[in-house]
Design a binder for this molecule. Structure first.
Ligand code: CUA
Length: 319
């Protein structure tokens, strides 16, 4: 609930109301506590000011039940608030499996987005209302932060790793998108708009962008151009792990550990292939660090994900 606060941004995502309820509850609670303590301090300062005729003969005893009482009460309240916040955080961190996947790239000083169909936009993001959207974020240079106040979501885009943010827009509209991490001279100009459209208008917008190559198809071309298919292809002489149905599933490693093949794993396997070698394979893959940029990595990841239609996005978001 927005509680009628006039200067608060509109609540335009499925998470907004619950975030606001937590925020305003915390605000009310800390305000009440602060006011109560201030009253006590001021009240006693006035009552026992120098020269006042207040009675100072009172007992200076301790009350064990009182001390245990307020300690326990504070503990319970603190844990309740923690539990409440943690629940929202966990929800925020686990996109639904059917979410629309958009690749977002932060760079000095713009946001670049790629839709699954290959449609590309700068400083503007069109999304359908009522459908979960997960934006996987990467940065080409420094830390940026994807911030849409009306959706109550903010997530850093960190160089060297993939992060995620997801939301379901609930109201059609034109919402501010900001970069919320100081990233250089034009940081304040880095941002734009999120356009939440009714599904049919979103579909119309997508087709207006013209028929292009899907992100996964561009990734597949790159996969061949970089020579990945030479080893990972079915007919290859070099024995490299097949990549079909890998994404979202557990992978046994040579060091007996098991990892979930999420975006983090795929990304690291391209850039630091010796780090987590799949069990039963030789660590012969060269690193592609410096050979592919962040945008190309996102295309490769889109291609690898497309090889695993059943792949779950639920497992990828534990960072
Ligand atoms: Cu990008 Cu601030």
């Amino acid at each position: 609930m927005s509680f009628g606060i006039p200067f608060a941004p509109s609540e335009a995502s499925s998470a907004a109301a619950s975030v606001d309820t937590l925020f305003y509850t915390l605000l009310a609670f800390t305000t009440a506590l602060g006011a109560f303590l201030t009253l006590l301090v001021v009240g006693y300062a006035v009552k026992y000011r120098a020269g006042s005729g207040a009675d100072r003969t009172g007992e200076r005893g301790r009350s064990l039940p009182l001390e245990i009482g307020w300690t326990l009460a504070s503990l319970i309240i603190a844990f309740a608030i923690f539990g409440w916040g943690a629940t929202l955080f966990m929800r925020r961190d686990h996109p639904p499996a059917d979410a629309l996947q958009i690749a977002g790239l932060g760079k000095q000083w713009m946001w670049e987005f790629r839709h699954p169909g290959g449609q590309r936009e700068i400083d503007e993001l069109h999304v359908p209302v009522g459908k979960p959207v997960v934006v996987s974020l990467a940065s080409q240079d420094v830390i940026h932060s994807f911030f849409v106040p009306a959706f109550r979501v903010k997530q850093d885009a960190v160089p060297g790793r993939t992060t995620h943010v997801w939301f379901t827009a609930t109201e059609p509209g034109h919402y501010h998108l900001f970069c919320a991490e100081y990233c250089g001279t034009q940081h304040s100009e880095m941002g734009g708009w999120v356009d939440a459209l009714p599904p049919e208008q979103y579909a119309a917008w997508l087709s207006d962008q013209g028929e292009g190559e899907t992100l996964a198809a561009t990734g597949e071309k790159l996969f061949r151009a970089l020579g990945c298919s030479g080893c990972h292809g079915n007919s290859s002489k070099v024995r490299a792990p097949p990549l079909e149905n890998v994404y979202g599933r557990p992978v046994a490693l040579a060091n007996d550990a098991t990892v979930i093949a999420d975006e983090r794993y795929l990304r690291d396997s391209i850039l630091q292939p010796k780090k987590e070698v799949a069990a039963g394979y030789e660590p012969v893959m060269p690193s592609f660090d410096g050979l592919v940029d962040e945008a190309e990595l996102q295309m490769l990841l889109a291609y690898l994900k497309s090889l695993s239609p059943q792949g779950s996005t639920n497992s990828e978001s534990i960072r």
